[in-house]
Structure formats: C-alpha cells, structure tokens
Design a protein around this ligand. Sequence first.
Ligand SMILES: *Cc1c(COP(=O)(O)O)cnc(C)c1O
Length: 401
Amino acid sequence: MSFLSTHVRSHINQLVETEQNPFFIYDLDQLSNHLKPLTEQNVVKLWYAVKANPLSKVIQTLDKCGFNFDVASSGELNQVLKQGIAAERVLNTGPAKSKQQIAHFLAAGVRTFVAESLNQVTWLNQAAQDNEVKLDILLRVQLRWPDGEKNPLGGNSLTPFGLGCEQWQTLTIADYQQLNFVGLHIFQWGNMLSTEKLAQLWSQMVPPLQQLSQSLGFKLDVLDLGGGLGIPYQANETRLNWPVLVDALATIKQAAGVKELWMELGRYAVGECGHYINPVVEQKDNFGHHQLITRGGIHHILRPAVTNQAFPAQLLRQSSAPTHSFLVHGPLCTALDSLGEHQLPNDVTETDHLIFSQVGAYGFTESMPYFLCHELAAEYVIENNVVSCIRQSESADYYLR
Ligand SMILES: *Cc1c(COP(=O)(O)O)cnc(C)c1O
C-alpha cells in the first residue's frame, strides 16, 4: 500500500524549497473524494469528531460533504460555529461538562447532548429550565464483556466515559422535564480494522442497551455507536470496506429497532488526508544500529509515544540506494521522542526530508508543541490542486513569556 500519491509528493517537493521547518499538509481534494460516499447512504447519520483535527479548512470540507459535528469543549464549539455551521448541527459529547460549559453551549444554541453522569443530567436539565428550552439527551453507557480487552479508549477497563447500566438504573427520567431522552451512546474501542469484529461488538451491545432503555422507561429512538473505525498505519494492513460496514450497520439498526443510528467519525474521516514533512538533521551509527535524527518529533506528532505505533514514513527524494532499517528520533531531550523504526534508503543525509503519512487525525493538536522551544509546525492544505498555507510555522518567541 502506498500512503502518498505522486501529485502530493510533487507539491511537497515544491514546498520544501521555501519551507524550512517541519510542516503538515492536508490533501482536501483526497478528503472530499473519501468523504462523499460516506454520507451517500441512509443507514447512519454521521457526525465529525472535531478533536481528530479542528483545522478550519478540514471542518469546512466535512461540512460540504454533509457531516454534522461532535464537539467536546467550548473551543471546539467556537471553531465549528466560526465556520458558519448552525448550532442545531452540533452534538456535545465528553466526560467533563462543567456548569459553565453547559451554559456556554446552551447560549450558543446547542440542543443535543450526550450525558455521561447523573450530575450532567441534573445540570443539563437545570440549564435548560433557566433558558426555557428542551434538550435531546443520549445517555452514554459503559459495558463490560467477559473476554475483556484493552485499548486506548479503555475497551473493558474502567474509564470516565459514561456510566454502567447499574448506575444509570438509578435515574428517574420523569424528574427531568426539560430533557427528551432519545437514545443511548456507546463507544469503547478505537482504531478497529476488522468489520467482523466491529459487527460482533456492536451486536453484543444491543440487548443490554434495549434492556436499559426499557427499564428507564424511554423509547430507544437513537443508537449512537461513537467512532472507532480504523485506518492502516502499516503497509500490510488493509482498509475497512465502507459498503460492507454499512451493511453491518443496517443489520445492527434493524436488530436494535431504532429510528436513527449515529456515529461520530474522527480517524476514519480525516486520518488519511494528512502528511507531516520532517527535515533530517543527521544519520549516525550507534551500538550497531542506524539512527536518524530529525527536526520534527513528538512535539508535532505525539501519537507514536502514546500508542507505541509509528506513522508510516518514507523519504521525499526518490532514491535507488539499498534500504536498511533506521531508528528515527526527534529533537526532544527525552527517549520518548521516537518516531519508530523505518526501512529507508541508506544514502539519506541532512539535505533530505522524511514524509510521515496518515497524520490527518490526532496529529497537530494532539501533540506537545511547547516542550524544548522548537518551532510550531506549519499547516498547509491542497485544495483544487492549489497549495495554501493556513498556519505559518512560528518560533518559540511566539508563545514564550
Ligand atoms: C474521539 C471520539 C470519537 C472519534 O473517534 P475515532 O475513533 O477517531 O473515530 C467519536 N466519539 C467520541 C465521543 C469521541 O470522543
């Protein structure tokens, strides 16, 4: 599998003639082509999980392709509204909803919320009363399965996301006159590449969720399955097949007997549109290993340090030199700053650049840009085959006080 098209490579080749610093580039043309078929079905209503990539141009592209927006903070909400998106198309999910944040969301016109605790239900009802509005509420449920499994979202382990069925059972929905309880939300697994595994997990959720809505006394109109659709990070992995997934979702929808099925996609929506260009500082040999030191590191792409999974990398220059295995290290003075082990041509030098792909999601804003006072990465987009700079690179003077 190739993670980079020849025309994106040629845009990058031109850019590095002037851009000295590490930078991101997002191919919005590829993004549109990828997104359009996702919304061309009537099985599942799609929201974009803004935390994956809140760049204005990315949000605008999702908007054009018919997505709604799932936000988890006032900052994300403001950014979505600033792109001209109506508050009715915004959903608020997230384990920390302070009274202040709830007030801000209501004032901005948001009316759909995923509640993750008993306090959130009380506070949402109170705020709705204060504003004389009604809200649509989904309760976020955490389930456990016998053959437990872990991953970054928690899987079977205890997380702050939602409550177990037992805790939700204590809710008396008649006490909350301003709230329409329309559905349940469940999302516990991330970056899944197997449709069968996803279908199996989803179908196991249906009976306990139906039981919960029944015992709480509301009709399960909406089932929200969250995100969790994966993208390949290695050449030997295969992409999910969207039509096959939609078939699996249709089966779940029918089994659950719901009017609407929702998902909030992050990684699967935008992950593949982004690349990160990283200038090489030097190559050195150490204890029998080849090491590459680069200008960019986990201050711009943190994910490898958090998940132990590298983004796929290649050399920008086309080289016919034999390849060998390099350990790639960023510039931070911590051993955590490792960008993985990569097969690269052995003639790589300080004049070269590495391209890391699949960084469109959980890249720029998931990172730790201030540590060690290196430059902030620039962000470019390709739109209608034209490159433009959305954010310039900034030196540390920009934020140091
Ligand atoms: C992060 C998040 C998502 C998106 O997850 P992906 O696995 O990136 O698709 C969806 N829903 C909620 C509530 C989230 O927090």
